[in-house]
Design a binder for this molecule. Structure first.
Ligand SMILES: C[S@@+](CC[C@H](N)C(=O)[O-])C[C@H]1O[C@@H](n2cnc3c(N)ncnc32)[C@H](O)[C@@H]1O
Length: 420
């Protein structure tokens, strides 16, 4: 009941708080929830999950009825490991980053234009994806969807045309279930492992494909090495100097996840990463996928092949050949580039619709700006293609993209449902 004070003004203190209006008693949001879109996703999660599910797989909650959520525990463990000897102010400065993008194995190798993992978890929750179902990202980049799916027991397929992105996704995914004991053993002799990377192309090729536990650990070391290579190009420091620092951060991050995963007894979903083309998903059967979540290159905003040139060349791939196959990188004039981009995205949307089960959801996350596209709104084109291929748009959420390096400042979360 709103009362009036003596001065005849309404007293707002009689109104319930916004969070009390949105969430039932006992639901406590994470302190890092500061954006409107996060509140919106948290609200939808609270409407779709039971209290027990909110504890086990909710993305934006600290505790439910006083019980700390798995998400909070996992993030806390990562923060603890990464900021072991740091001051409280440093920890609180970096905390937001860990809770939204840096927990579990997401923080290994910073990939430009990657998803907000926390939001991806919330999306899977909102769309009612259950343990054992299969989700797909046909342009998986650093494998954010695959890692998130695995954390909540959902199976996944990730596809990318960039072999380095595939390698990175595979490492982030398989590092969730490494043997802690073998990892500690490998740490006794990191030099021996690094020497292997310097050997012939055949040795590297074998390492990329091997499925034994030791090779998985070696691949984690190799990702740290390739990460150090990227830093070395931007600073005056050498790889030899940077590699131990990067490796130490990787190990802390992975170890902390393996420890908390054991404590929580997490049942991880299975993930598969494949090198392939989102315009032709013929390796996937019609109507076999329970949900697609993907984020295409935002027209030609980021050159994903050039960005990863040193790593791709180190692994033995030809960057210029690769560019011909990548969406957003072809055509001479702006007009030609856009035309090719839209042709490609039309094919991608058609393939997404084909592989999706009827009545299930596809989410496309796309940034927009009309400077590079001469006034054309990318999100409107995607909506057009979706509708053309039997995908009804059921919700559109606009959110900010932060960071000064970004050429785009807003992105759209477009939720489609395949016609029944
Ligand atoms: C915006 S990024 C995806 C980032 C990803 N969501 C993540 O969280 O890391 C777009 C991705 O599309 C990939 N890509 C470009 N052309 C492709 C194609 N023809 N088939 C599959 N993937 C492609 C790029 O290599 C890049 O990794």
């Amino acid at each position: 009941m709103v009362t009036k004070s003596k001065s005849n003004r309404l007293s707002v203190f009689n109104l319930p708080s916004v969070s009390r209006m949105l969430f039932p008693n006992g639901i406590k949001l994470l302190l890092t929830v500061t954006e409107i879109f996060e509140l919106e996703f948290a609200y939808y999660e609270s409407k779709t999950l039971s209290k027990e599910e909110l504890i086990k797989r909710g993305a934006y909650f600290e505790s439910i009825d006083g019980i700390e959520t798995f998400h909070s525990k996992i993030c806390k463990e990562t923060s603890k490991a990464l900021f072991e000897n740091c001051s409280k102010s440093t920890i609180s400065y970096f905390m937001n980053g860990v809770y939204s993008t840096g927990y579990a194995t997401h923080g290994l190798f910073p990939y430009r234009g990657k998803f907000h993992p926390q939001m991806i978890k919330a999306l899977m929750n909102i769309m009612g994806i259950k343990e054992g179902e299969t989700v797909l990202d046909p342009m998986c980049g650093s494998g954010t969807l695959n890692v998130e799916a695995s954390l909540i027991g959902v199976n996944s397929i990730g596809i990318d045309k960039n072999p380095f992105a595939c390698f990175m996704s595979k490492v982030k995914l398989e590092s969730l279930s490494l043997s802690l004991e073998l990892l500690d053993e490998a740490l006794k002799n990191p030099k021996e492992i690094i020497n292997e990377f310097l050997k012939t192309k055949q040795v590297k090729e074998k390492l990329l494909l091997a499925e034994d536990e030791e090779s998985k650990i070696k691949r984690l070391f190799l990702l740290a090495f390739l990460d150090a290579m990227g830093y070395a190009r931007r600073t005056t420091k050498s790889i030899t100097l940077l590699f131990p620092q990067v490796l130490s951060r990787y190990i802390k991050q992975v170890r902390s996840f393996l420890i908390i995963s054991r404590k929580l007894n997490l049942k991880l979903g299975k993930g598969k990463i494949e090198f392939g083309d989102a315009r032709d998903l013929s390796m996937i059967r019609d109507a076999s996928i329970d949900c697609v979540i993907t984020s295409p290159p935002y027209s030609f905003a980021i050159d994903y092949a050039e960005n990863d040139r040193p790593q791709l060349e180190y692994l033995g791939f030809d960057v210029d050949t690769l560019k011909n196959e990548m969406i957003g990188l072809n055509g001479k004039s702006r007009k030609e580039k856009l035309q090719k981009y839209f042709e490609d995205m039309n094919r991608v949307m058609s393939e997404i619709s084909r592989v999706l089960k009827a009545g299930k959801y596809a989410v496309i996350i796309i940034g927009s700006n009309d400077i590079q596209t001469g006034g054309i709104r990318l999100e409107n084109k995607i909506k057009e293609f979706g509708i053309l291929h039997g995908l009804d748009l059921v919700r559109e959420i606009r959110k900010p993209i932060k960071g000064i390096r970004n050429t785009m400042h807003e992105e759209f979360v477009l939720i489609f449902r395949k016609e029944v």
